[in-house]
Design a protein around this ligand. Structure first.
Ligand code: NDP
Length: 381
């Protein structure tokens, strides 16, 4: 099924990672995370497998583990793909940084996905957080259960009357989701759990066979060096933001020197409008990128993805559009020249689009601090 020309990287323990991943973070709006409607994401995952994707990226906080799991399970049941051909990356959320929380949190994720192991488990951020006391987990769950019970009762009545439960089903799902992720910067306080303690928990997951590989995301140079120095299991991968406006030369080189595979998130950078925001920087019709694209009979998004591939960085790219799914994976039949790579590197302005500056007073905040911390994780210009 699908294209077979996606190369793989050997990880430092001999396992292999497909060179492009489909991201499953659907974004956020004012009320929290964006939710997949009518199993849209499940269907996208199935289409993605049909056109050759074998690597999927999710995280506990995205709220997409269930649909990703359902999509891959359906394809396995159809016989289109075997589990060992797939590579699933998942991430531990910041509220589970104590060593004894890590394995239970992964087990919960696996349960949501309906899988018995994941291929790569990443620490999403080096910072541990607590949910605020005024909204403790138990109360959150009680509220959730209370509301769900009421909605279920109403649904029963509605069902008896109309035999049409679709609308209420969606209300129920939306409520459940909103309460589970009732999480903005204000819902958290800082926890001082050392990320090395969290790393021990990730190592436990490997020993238990629940994660085949472990790694980190959004770590800076010093933090990565500490993991390399003090950990017993070497990290297999580093996931960071990489696109033409933040090319991350030093961090990519450091990680690759230590045999980590680098995964680049938000690879299109300013080429696309994300979460309703258009960032400054090169657009999809930027003349420099268009000239390179014409030379290779490709589109500018394909050129940018190939720029990552040619730097041995795995693009983690998200689309829910079937034709863009095909477009984004159709990048393994050409190569950029060293000069073209240099030209794209010149767009670098060290601009981050994921910049949770509201956490910048945290002892393990990985990025450079800004003068006016924002309440929104995405930079506003
Ligand atoms: P992307 O750079 O993949 O951009 C996604 C956007 O580009 C979507 O709006 C999509 O719209 C659009 N798009 C996709 N393909 C094309 C195309 N060929 N032409 C034009 N537009 C296109 O960035 P994301 O920020 O979404 O990141 C990708 C993934 O990286 C996430 O899903 C997540 O898995 C991971 N990530 C990890 C983070 C971390 O902290 N570790 C942080 C952020 C992301 P449409 O769907 O309509 O096609």
């Amino acid at each position: 099924v699908g294209q077979t020309n996606v190369p793989k990287y050997k990880l430092n323990n001999g396992r292999e990672m497909p060179a492009i991943a489909l991201g499953t973070y659907l974004g956020h709006d004012k009320s929290g995370m964006v939710r997949s409607v009518n199993k849209q994401l499940r269907d996208v995952v199935m289409q993605a497998i049909d056109v050759g994707y074998r690597h999927f990226d999710t995280a506990e906080i995205y709220g997409t583990e269930e649909e990703l799991g359902e999509g891959v399970r359906r394809k396995m049941e159809e016989g289109a793909v075997r589990r060992e051909e797939l590579f699933i990356t998942d991430k531990l959320w910041n509220t589970h940084h104590k060593r004894e929380q890590v394995v239970p949190s992964l087990r919960e994720s696996l349960c949501k996905m309906g899988l018995s192991y994941i291929d790569l488990f990443l620490m999403h951020w080096p910072m541990g957080l607590h949910l605020r006391d005024w909204f403790p987990r138990e109360r959150q769950e009680q509220t959730l259960d209370g509301i769900c019970t009421r909605v279920l009762v109403v649904r029963e009545i509605f069902f008896t009357c109309t035999r049409n439960t679709d609308v209420l089903q969606q209300v129920l799902m939306a409520l459940r989701f909103r309460l589970q992720t009732a999480i903005t910067s204000e819902d958290y306080t800082h926890s001082d759990v050392d990320f090395m303690e969290t790393w021990l928990g990730l190592e436990d997951a490997v020993r238990l066979g629940l994660a085949r590989n472990i790694g980190v995301s959004n770590f800076n140079k010093q933090q990565l060096e500490r993991i390399l120095r003090e950990g017993s299991i070497r990290p297999a991968a580093l996931q960071i933001e990489v696109h033409p406006q933040i090319i991350q030369t030093e961090l990519v080189q450091l990680a690759q020197r230590h045999q980590l595979v680098v995964m680049g998130y938000s690879p299109f950078g300013s080429l696309v409008t994300r979460y309703g925001i258009k960032f400054p920087g090169p657009t999809i019709d930027d003349p420099t990128l268009v000239a390179i694209a014409r030379r290779h009979h490709k589109t500018t998004p394909q050129v940018v993805l190939r720029w990552l591939v040619d730097r041995n960085v795995v693009p983690v790219t998200k689309t829910v559009n079937p034709s863009r799914l095909k477009e984004n994976i159709d990048i393994f039949d050409f190569e950029l020249s060293a000069r073209e790579i240099e030209i794209i590197n010149k767009f670098d302005e060290k601009t981050r689009y994921t910049l949770p500056s509201f956490w910048q007073t945290h002892a393990y905040y990985p990025f450079e601090k800004v003068d006016n911390p924002s309440a929104d994780p995405f930079i506003k210009h």
